[in-house]
Write a protein of this length. Structure first.
Length: 335
């Protein structure tokens, strides 16, 4: 089995910028002791200068390494833990009707699917544990349809979506269902789907949002769902809220992002919610794109700064992957 050799000490004290009282710095020792070295976070694409790039973030050492670039730029795409990256990019190009997959053998991105009959951009994705494949859900070109991309590279129409789904965010559940949260046309809506289609709606979000981040974590044997940041239809927001499955409603969190942002991404690794990147822009100004890596601390209900990506990113996609599939990385950097 390939092992990743880090050329810097695994745990050192990192002095990081203080953004706000809620977004406090966290040293490596606090983060490193809680994570499994087998897993990392795959970070892919960007709407601007980094759209063809990918990196692997290693929480156990709070370091990142660069990966080979994609054949074409990708943003507003999706990526799953099996290394399947689909859609996104510029309109009416091979990017939007194709899927790539990382090959551990060649250490390159290879085409899994070309020429899907429906282009996917600003869609969401879901890979059920039954290993039937990955569902691509909604997006600009087909708001209420899904495509099932199978492991062998074939694809077929999937289930129908209950609502127009654009720039939403999905949270897989343990019972092989998936939550679709928010979206441009469904700002406050939270829907649950199975492989058969729409199942039910959960209570609505308190703050409507699209282009947001979402994830989940366990607390006292209860599953807690979380949405973070996003765009409320008028402004970007810095708020978060959580859904306790025992309580049955969404509640505002005391945690705040260091600034209002949308176009950010989140995932759960070792039951810790990590948040990556983001974007904000004022009318008449150049966009501000961020390289932050943040962590939600549920015990204190705060968002902490833990480091930085190799480059600023927005409308990117992230997923937890096995480090051994991506090693050795070509560059290692610590923060």
């Amino acid at each position: 089995m390939l092992k990743l050799h880090v050329i810097t000490p695994l745990c050192v004290l990192f002095v990081l910028r203080v953004f706000s009282e809620e977004a406090r710095d966290l040293d490596c020792a606090s983060l490193c002791e809680q994570v499994d070295e087998s897993f990392g976070v795959l970070i892919t694409g960007d709407k601007y200068e980094g759209s063809g790039t990918a990196e692997l973030y290693l929480p156990f050492s709070n370091s990142s390494c660069s990966l080979p670039e994609f054949p074409h730029d990708r943003f507003s795409h999706s990526v799953e833990s099996n290394g399947v990256l689909c859609g996104g990019g510029y309109a009416h190009t091979i990017m939007r009707d194709s899927c790539l997959q990382w090959s551990p053998d060649t250490r390159t991105w290879e085409y899994l699917v070309r020429g899907m009959d429906i282009e996917r951009y600003a869609h969401v994705s879901w890979t059920p544990t039954t290993e039937i494949g990955t569902y691509l859900m909604g997006g600009v070109e087909s708001l209420r349809t899904t495509t099932l991309v199978k492991p062998d590279g074939t694809h077929e129409p999937g289930f129908h979506l209950q609502y127009d789904t654009l720039s939403a965010c999905t949270i897989p559940n343990v019972d092989d269902t998936v939550l679709v949260t928010g979206g441009v046309y469904t700002l406050n809506t939270v829907s649950v789907y199975t492989v058969e289609g729409w199942y039910l709606d959960l209570p609505p979000l308190n703050t409507g949002r699209s282009n947001h981040a979402c994830s989940s974590y366990w607390s006292d044997e209860r599953r807690i769902f979380m949405v973070i940041g996003g765009y409320d239809g008028s402004n970007s927001v810095n708020s978060a809220e959580t859904y306790d499955t025992d309580v049955g409603r969404w509640a505002p969190s005391g945690a705040k992002l260091p600034r209002p942002m949308y176009g950010l991404s989140a995932t759960n690794i070792n039951d810790r919610v990590l948040i990556f990147g983001g974007y904000d822009v004022e009318i008449g100004a150049s966009p501000d794109i961020y390289d932050d890596i943040l962590k939600y601390e549920p015990e204190e209900d705060v968002i902490l700064s833990v480091g930085h990506m190799l480059r600023p990113r927005c409308w990117h996609a992230v997923s937890v992957v096995q480090v051994q599939d991506y090693a050795p990385c070509s560059v290692l950097e610590s923060y």
